[in-house]
Design a protein around this ligand. Sequence first.
Ligand SMILES: Cc1cc2nc3c(=O)[nH]c(=O)nc-3n(C[C@H](O)[C@H](O)[C@H](O)COP(=O)(O)OP(=O)(O)OC[C@H]3O[C@@H](n4cnc5c(N)ncnc54)[C@H](O)[C@@H]3O)c2cc1C
Length: 617
Amino acid sequence: MADFDVIAMGAGHNSLTTCGYLAKAGKKVLLLERHDYAGGGAATQQILTPGYHHDLHSSVHIMIQANPLITNDELDLFKKYGMDYKYSDVPHATIFADQTALMTYKDLDKTCEGMAKISQRDAEAYRRFVELGQSMLPMIMPGMYKPQPPLGALMAMLDSSEEGRVMMDMMQRSSMDIINTWFTHDKIKMHIARAVSENLQLPDELGTGMGTVMFTALMHTYGVAQPWGGSGKLSESMVRAIEATGGEIRYNSEIKRILVSGGKAKGVELVTGEKIMARDAVIGSMHPHKIRQFVDGVSEPVLKRAENASLAAFSLFVAHYDLREPVQFRTAEKDVEKAIMLTLCQHESMADMQRDFDAVKRGELTDMMFSAGNDESKTDPSRVPEGAGMWHSTGFAPFNLLEGGSSRWDEIREAYGEERQKQQGKFVSNLNSDNIIAHKFYTPLDLERNSPNSMVEGDVHGVAPYFYQSVGHRPTPDLGQFKVPGIDSLYLVGPSMPPAGGVVGAGRAAAMVMFEDLGMDFDSTFQTGESKSKSTVKARTQAPDDGAVRLFDENDAELMTVDSIDTTDDELVVRGKTFGTMPLTARLGPGDLRRAAKMALSPAKFMTIVKMLFSKD
Ligand SMILES: Cc1cc2nc3c(=O)[nH]c(=O)nc-3n(C[C@H](O)[C@H](O)[C@H](O)COP(=O)(O)OP(=O)(O)OC[C@H]3O[C@@H](n4cnc5c(N)ncnc54)[C@H](O)[C@@H]3O)c2cc1C
């Protein structure tokens, strides 16, 4: 007998998100988590000295900022369950080797002022670049936290307008290509390339260009944030929301298998042998490479394609320090202390930086290490004992070392970490034994050990952010709708799923798919403004009086606004916009018009059309 409607493997922020929606709608959920804490990659712990609260993995929340989970507080995380964000007016800063610094302020004017001191030309280009990205955000963001269309369908739609083709072009190019087209000064190029490569993408990898314009625009539009108290406060608020509905999270409970019978997921088996059954569905925090390990009955081609999903070219090396006093930066630029993402850039030129990216991709440990870091206690004193400081740094590093493979990390962890510390000392004057109370280093191999079923080979975003595994084709075309073909009632969450890895709240889209399958109405439950139950009359009266003709789908969601209907010699040309601002042009040729006329011109339909013309809106 099943005690739960839904069982989730893992209590990472994504399965917490999916379960949060289901629980709020009345489903009884159980989350089984192999660790003794919730949150997976969004967890804050006292790992060394009591009183120092470190973000084990993620610390910066970027992509989630536009998610209705946050913007509409759909799970009452802010209203009832203690969640609160700390925003900074400096989303990103870079300190260069010469101790000058460049800030990306949320304020575009202030950012451009700083850039103009380096290059007037690039400052002007940057403004246009951000404005271009911001003009695309309304087309992209509303669809970001919902199930994604197949890649081919999206391309066909983009290909129908000039603006769409600009996006298609950017989606297929490399970041470096975009950066070189727009900017000339190496400091500005490195500042942008380094920020967007936080997505674990090499600047010159094809298919990463769109991320460059989006990431930049996002920083100036939504800003970036950290929860007060650390990244894990998001997960902790989700746990409280679920428990308030009677849902349960069981820790130290590792799932060995998903139980499948008759092509349907029925429950789970733990490593202890205990079996727990679910009435409605099972959710798996499962990397595409791991499906074979957990689920029987999936067809070989689906498994092969899943195992072929590409991983990022590099991973991260992480260092945590408990300090007696806050860090002191060598640069005179005080605003770097407010930066949520702070790059310590040792490279003198973009060519130097690219050489090191190439080396990391080949598995080499470079002389000049990529580093980012900050003392989070400077803006959030609750993270440390009074008057103390902390240092949290991450840097790009290969998982598979050219010499010795991944297992060599265990031999070199401390020596490599100490070398990184020495290099960071070029930017921070008191990262030394007088100030350090304790430290802990995590190698790429440690990251995989911590999250073996979601961060394979230390890919903290699950799979690489490449064009061919984007939107509904992430991680593969088979799995991009959060389901596993051939296995009913099994749903996938995790960083490999659309729209992207990281703290995104992508579990919302998985919840939407589950609501649909379980016959529940997501839109009316969470008042998304897209409710099927809204009356047609209300939707039409609420539409702005802008002279546009509007087409609605059967659920009364707006499909497109029609701005003009023109004729050419042999076509009827309908021009309008879809997704709010994306231009769409539809052409009807003579044959189409004849067929359309036949469809509409039965006497009954003709009379209805005539009556509609004279009736009120
Ligand atoms: C060092 C580091 C820094 C990062 N920095 C950032 C950042 O600043 N910003 C950002 O947006 N992202 C960052 N990320 C990435 C981000 O942390 C992840 O992409 C994100 O947390 C993924 O969330 P998730 O819920 O999908 O998966 P996970 O967080 O991996 O959750 C999966 C959960 O399932 C559990 N689980 C797995 N298998 C089983 C099993 N068999 N039985 C029971 N439980 C199981 C795991 O223990 C885990 O709790 C970082 C990651 C790392 C490692």
